[in-house]
Design a protein around this ligand. Structure first.
Ligand SMILES: Cc1cc2nc3c(=O)[nH]c(=O)nc-3n(C[C@H](O)[C@H](O)[C@H](O)COP(=O)(O)OP(=O)(O)OC[C@H]3O[C@@H](n4cnc5c(N)ncnc54)[C@H](O)[C@@H]3O)c2cc1C
Ligand code: SF4
Length: 547
């Protein structure tokens, strides 16, 4: 049964409450715009987070039938299709705050090396913006969400004067830094959205290091804590939870007129009307919604006259190399407290010399130093019983771990489509994801492995044998982009420089699908900055009556 709401036309309908939708709703409501937010999930209850459940306790609790909050969407509830032999690892969080409930918080500014990549190497299309366009928004976002970082600043990784103090390096990171720097590879303090001093009423991080389980003191940025409550406080935000959006509706002029969604509990179909629609359901789900929004005017999906929507998927490939430092065998706990993930980072450096591939990679170092992992060590040590326990204990403080992230080039054939013959529980066509890595990625991967191995060996570590052809499945970086990309040319892109659809003037897409290319950097800081910028633009266009 279809239920069309009373004639009410909402000022703005925002779809999704994660980084992108949360920021748009926050900014618009601060400016007095009335927003209806539709989100496929509900709020995860903070009191139920397992932030401080140590591994043995977590095992015990699981055995007793307890469960941590089900952050990740069950793939059987919302399946997606992949072609034979092309796996894709899609991680979705359907709930208030989206993936920011559990994200890694690495917050890196993109630079003109990224925004100008296509002009420099001729691959893909140019971004319609440059660093100067987004820098003021990076400033605003960092001051608002709280990011810790150092005082480094480079053409690869622009710095900021707004960082909070960054925690000192862990023991293993000191060794990695020394080794990398002796090879001419700079190492800088990480930039993470952990608040290391009290900020906007939230307490400082207490360095328990388990942010991936959800922070029980909200001491790292999560849209559910840091954006949505403040938007609600204005009185301008209405949230409909467990509203699974299927399609954007259009009027006979080709403008977006509303949204069709399904109640996740009853399955009932509903429709709501809006003057402006802002889509922030994360790259993959937004793309599915756009492609499913077919009409006489838009037979290939709304705003898809260029056939660009769904194409040119980009992200990063990830590999992992680890080793053990004999100097640290049996040394007991070191200064292992800190924020979840590494305290140091190796920014892209490969462009400083000639390579046989395009674009670049940066290296993260989570799981380095005692206290940051445990189970991995047991997998690396042979044996069983008391001897195994002793060996694990000896090596536990000595683990060094490097995780290079390398940019995937945009290619039209790496794409999302929808399959009309396969539908979900609401009868909505499923998405099909077809992504594979190419020759450029293979060449870059060799350099990623060589570099990580060289740094560990130079540090004196015993490198754990690894398969040089191995790579995490596409999707594993959880940084999906470019399937509704920005650009100057409407034939090659779907959005303009303010995230507005070229073909639909009152429809904006503010998540990672808007990126023209990925870069090697984690995207959320840029998503937040672009969404803030786009929503400033929307509010102004609405004020002046242009939309
Ligand atoms: C484990 C992990 C580690 C990560 N680490 C980092 C990191 O260190 N740095 C970094 O920059 N990024 C990281 N990310 C990625 C980061 O979380 C995302 O880039 C960011 O959350 C994207 O914001 P978004 O608004 O596009 O999507 P999301 O945050 O996923 O929000 C999407 C929202 O849309 C809703 N939604 C989805 N489909 C529908 C629908 N059909 N109808 C209605 N609502 C819908 C969801 O409920 C959700 O609220 C990580 C992610 C994960 C999971
Ligand atoms: S390390 Fe800090 S931000 Fe992370 S869960 Fe612990 S208190 Fe929260």
């Amino acid at each position: 049964m279809q239920i069309l709401e009373s004639g009410e036309v909402h000022d703005v309908i925002v779809i999704g409450s994660g980084a992108s939708g949360g920021m748009a709703a926050y900014n618009l409501t601060q400016k007095g715009v009335k927003v209806l937010m539709l989100d496929a999930g509900g709020k995860f209850e903070r009191t139920k987070f397992w932030t401080h459940a140590v591994p043995f306790e977590a095992d015990e609790r699981l055995r007793h039938g307890e469960k941590p909050p089900p952050f990740f969407l069950d793939k059987t509830e919302q399946p997606y299709l992949t072609p034979e032999g092309k796996p894709f690892n899609l991680m979705r969080v359907w709930g208030i705050g989206g993936k920011t409930n559990v994200w890694g918080r690495v917050s890196l500014r993109m630079s003109d090396l990224d925004f100008g990549a296509a002009e420099r190497d001729g691959w893909g299309i140019p971004w319609p913006i440059r660093y100067a366009d987004i820098a003021p928004y990076y400033d605003k976002v960092e001051q608002f969400i709280g990011v810790c970082g150092g005082d480094d600043n480079s053409d690869v990784l622009p710095g900021s004067k707004y960082y909070m103090p960054v925690p000192p390096p862990r023991c293993g990171e000191v060794f990695i830094r020394k080794s990398a720097e002796s090879l001419g590879i700079p190492v800088v303090p990480i930039r993470r959205a952990n608040i290391t001093r009290p900020h906007r009423g939230f307490p400082a991080c207490h360095y328990c290091g388990n942010c991936g389980a959800g922070c029980d003191t909200a001491s790292c940025f999560n849209s559910a804590d840091h954006l949505i409550p403040f938007a609600l406080e204005t009185g301008n935000l209405e949230i409909r939870s467990r509203a699974v959006v299927a399609r954007i509706l259009t009027d006979d002029r080709g403008r977006a007129s509303g949204v069709q969604y399904f109640d996740r509990d009853s399955g009932a179909e509903r429709q709501v009307r809006g003057r402006v629609i802002v889509l922030g359901a994360s790259a993959m789900d937004s793309t599915r919604i756009l492609l499913n929004s077919k009409s006489d005017i838009f037979p290939n999906g709304i705003g898809n006259g260029s056939d660009q929507i769904g194409r040119n998927f980009t992200e990063q490939q990830m590999v992992h190399v680890r080793g053990y430092l004999p100097q640290l065998f049996g040394s007991g706990y070191q200064n292992s407290d800190g924020i979840g993930g590494g305290h140091y980072y190796i920014p892209r450096f490969n462009h400083r010399s000639k390579q046989d591939y395009l674009r670049g990679f940066g290296i993260q170092m989570w799981n380095t130093g005692s206290g940051t992992t445990g189970e991995r060590v047991a997998h690396d040590v042979p044996g069983f019983g008391a001897d195994l326990k002793a060996a694990v204990k000896e090596r536990y403080p000595a683990l060094l771990s490097l995780h290079p992230f390398g940019e995937i080039l945009p290619r039209p054939e790496n794409r999302i489509t929808v399959d009309d013959s396969r539908t979900d529980r609401y009868g909505v066509p499923l998405m099909k994801v077809s992504v594979s890595f190419g020759d450029n990625e293979t060449k870059m991967r060799r350099h990623m492995y060589d570099t990580a191995e060289e740094i560990l060996e130079k540090a004196g570590a015993e490198v754990v044998p690894f398969d040089r052809d191995a790579c995490d499945d596409p999707g594993s970086a959880i940084h999906e982009h470019s399937t509704c990309r920005m650009g100057v040319d409407p034939k090659q892109s779907a959005l303009n420089a303010f995230n507005r659809m070229h073909e639909v003037e009152n429809l904006f897409v503010v998540d990672g699908s808007a990126f023209t290319n990925a870069s090697e950097k984690n995207p959320t800081l840029t998503i937040l900055a672009l969404s803030w910028r786009a929503s400033d633009y929307i509010a102004e266009e609405m004020r002046t009556g242009n939309i």
